[in-house]
Design a binder for this molecule. Structure first.
Ligand code: NDP
Length: 292
């Protein structure tokens, strides 16, 4: 058996098309243009690439893109002052601080200075708490994209056994919260998990968010499972995921490739969250088909 390749790239392109249509309608009917501000501190090469593609895709969707680049020695108070200005700026509906920040910066204080309604990454304690308690939240983009792919592939997730490998605040924990809200039975695995292959073998849904190239092997996968590979690892062979694609594809029903799976969904969901934030701030209904 060879698994169906879940086309995150194509799904994300369709989503961006729907976003662009709704942005155009918002402009025409209400004279409002959603705006996303991205803050980049320092010159980390991977961050530069992410920020460039976020900018390009924001503009292509018809939104305003505001880029703020600060030197790597920018101070905590300079950054806080910038966030304060962006919080007050009516043209800005979404604020994203590109992580990681330099070590002298208190990342948590910076993230939590972002106005909750503009927190399109969903990383503030307030949004994380809302998600965890089942209230309307800004949902972190990567797990949101994973859930959209899972819903598209499987429909109702009720009663499915899901294993999330990784418990970071940006992927694993919110992914587990989303799957729980979908009535899946969720296990969160991490570096201290005993007999990870055996835990993964129970899963109808596997979400791997670890950062170890090809860690999840085909013989860990339950026949017919759906596998979502969040990992982005730069190796001598190029970009690879956390799942050993070739062996997993022999067993799974469906699997996301790397690249072309979860990655493009993350930026599409960032644009979706920006549009949602803009609609909510203007007292309009949530955009169609872009929220949970
Ligand atoms: P973190 O490093 O923050 O978290 C990694 C998690 O994996 C931790 O919970 C850690 O456990 C767990 N882990 C580490 N080693 C093992 C192991 N041997 N067995 C089981 N669990 C293990 O990573 P992120 O969540 O930020 O990112 C994970 C991956 O996803 C990375 O490859 C990253 O590049 C990618 N990513 C991709 C995105 C996309 O857009 N596609 C967006 C964000 C991330 P413990 O908590 O015990 O240390």
């Amino acid at each position: 058996m060879t698994a169906t390749r879940i086309d995150g790239k194509g799904f994300a392109a369709q989503m961006r098309g729907r976003i662009a249509d709704q942005v155009a309608a918002l402009k025409q009917e209400h004279g409002i243009t959603p705006g996303l501000a991205v803050v980049l501190v320092g010159d980390d090469p991977a961050s530069q690439i992410y920020v460039r593609s976020k900018h390009r895709q924001t503009v292509e969707a018809g939104m305003q893109s505001f880029e703020h680049r600060l030197p790597s020695d920018a101070s905590q108070s300079e950054l806080l002052a910038l966030i304060g200005r962006l919080n007050a700026d009516e043209q800005v509906h979404g604020i994203l601080v590109q992580l990681p920040l330099p070590p002298h910066i208190d990342e948590s204080e910076i993230i939590n200075a972002i106005a909750v309604r503009k927190d399109v990454d969903g990383f503030t304690v307030a949004n994380a708490g809302r998600l965890a308690t089942g209230q309307r939240a800004m949902v972190p983009c990567t797990p949101l994209g994973c859930l959209m792919l899972l819903r598209d592939r499987l429909g109702d997730l009720s009663g499915k056994d899901a294993v999330v490998i990784g418990r970071s605040n940006i992927v694993g924990k919110p992914m587990a919260a989303l799957l729980t809200a979908e009535n899946a039975t969720v296990t969160v695995a991490h570096s201290r998990t005993r007999d990870l292959p055996e835990v993964v073998r129970r899963a109808d849904i596997v979400v791997a968010a670890v950062g170890l190239p090809g860690m999840v092997k085909g013989d860990w996968i339950k026949p017919g499972a759906t596998v979502i590979d969040v990992g982005i690892n730069r190796t001598g062979d190029g970009l690879v995921g956390d799942v050993d694609y070739d062996s997993a594809a022999q067993v799974a029903d469906a699997i996301t490739p790397v690249p072309g799976g979860v990655g493009p969904m993350t930026i599409a969901c960032l644009l979706a969250n920006t549009l949602t934030a803009c609609c909510r701030m203007n007292g309009l209904g949530d955009p169609e088909g872009l929220t949970l």
